[in-house]
Design a protein around this ligand. Structure first.
Ligand code: UT7
Length: 315
């Protein structure tokens, strides 16, 4: 597999830390220092599908193919507009594609799980061009009264078109299942027979446990996957990490011995857009014009599940 085009979309509405300080007891200073976010984009009218479509169209344009050339669409999301049809199915209809389309959910690691799934389908044969898109409207599931989470998340989408090639060198997917660290309940029911307690849908997260998990997984798995790919860490031109906390990226840089200026960072303007995050950062890197053919990129993501994923890509 290789990536032949990327795209991203951010909603127009900018919400600053000071805007959120009007809702909860927080400050611009705390959020900038502890997380690294200055502002994030929040949907006012855009849906998860709208953002996925906008990012996908840019990725198709960059790849130089049309929706009719697609053999598959895989969308990662935890904030689909509907349980059914999937976001991927709605993207398929909107862009006018004629191919199988389905969603995957592995929370913030979802886009990397989706890329790995695309690689597997290409290796199996039968699918040549696959659109992989991560789209998240986190603002609809954030508890806007909880200052420890509502300052972190943002909305957005990122996409990549992949095709047959030799640019996907190695990967590792990891899951340590459980709801004790990150939990987003989805317990609404119409059933007159259900006896369980209803729970509101909201992000419940133990921040420090998630932080430690993230640093450990990035550090161990980037090293492991680099070894699998037969490259040294010093061969990595850019690291494209999930944008959850600037301090996580700082720790990863220090522990891996990869200079911080090799990490793509857009957290200050996007916040944490869950599974769209690494996809948006990848598109930022591609559109910056810094990438040269043959550059080695390490993508990494982590989050609910708990889950994490790392891949090594040759551009
Ligand atoms: O994408 C999914 C993966 N998610 C992550 O990777 C998130 C990883 N975790 C984090 O990024 C950080 O743990 C957080 C940003 C969530 C929290 O930062 P922290 O430095 O770990 O803060 P804390 O939870 O240890 O809280 C420290 C203090 C507490 O006050 P006291 O008890 O010391 O008085 C919190 O109540 O900071 C307080 N606090 C805040 N203060 C101002 C928590 N949130 C806020 C806030 N504004 N927004």
């Amino acid at each position: 597999m290789k990536i032949i085009g990327t795209g991203s979309y951010l909603p127009e509405r900018i919400v600053t830390n000071n805007d959120i300080a009007e809702l909860v007891d927080t400050s611009d200073e705390w959020v900038v220092q502890r997380v690294g976010i200055k502002e994030r984009r929040i949907c006012v009218t855009e849906t998860t599908t709208d953002m996925a479509v906008a990012a996908s169209q840019k990725a198709l344009e960059a790849a130089g193919i049309t929706s009719g050339d697609l053999d598959m669409i895989i969308c990662s999301t935890i904030t689909s507009d509907r349980i059914c049809p999937t976001t991927a199915a709605m993207v398929q209809k909107t862009i006018g594609a004629d191919c199988p389309a389905f969603d995957v959910n592995s929370a913030c690691s979802g886009f990397l799980f989706a890329l790995d799934t695309a690689d597997a389908f290409i290796k199996r044969g039968g699918a040549k061009n696959i659109l992989v898109v991560g789209s998240e409207r986190m603002s609809k599931i954030v508890d806007w009264k909880d200052r420890s989470t509502c300052v972190i998340f943002g909305d957005g989408a990122g996409a990549a078109v992949v095709t047959e090639g030799d640019g996907y060198l190695a990967s590792k997917l990891y899951t340590k299942g459980g709801d004790d660290v990150i939990d987003i309940p989805w317990d609404t029911t119409n059933s007159p027979f259900w006896k369980g307690e209803p729970r509101d849908t909201a992000i419940l997260m133990k921040g420090q446990e998630t932080f430690s998990f993230a640093v450990k997984r990035i550090t161990e798995d980037v090293s492991y996957v680099a070894e699998q790919a037969g490259i040294a860490l010093s061969d990595i031109a850019y690291v494209v990490p999930h944008q959850a906390n600037l301090r996580i990226i700082g720790f990863a840089s220090k522990r891996l011995g990869i200079p911080i200026d090799k990490f793509v960072v857009d957290i200050e303007k996007c916040g944490n857009t869950s599974s769209a995050s690494a996809a948006i950062a990848l598109d930022d890197l591609v559109r910056s014009g810094k990438l040269k053919r043959g550059d080695i990129i390490a993508m990494c993501a982590f989050g609910g599940g708990l889950s994490s994923a790392v891949n090594i890509i040759k551009w």
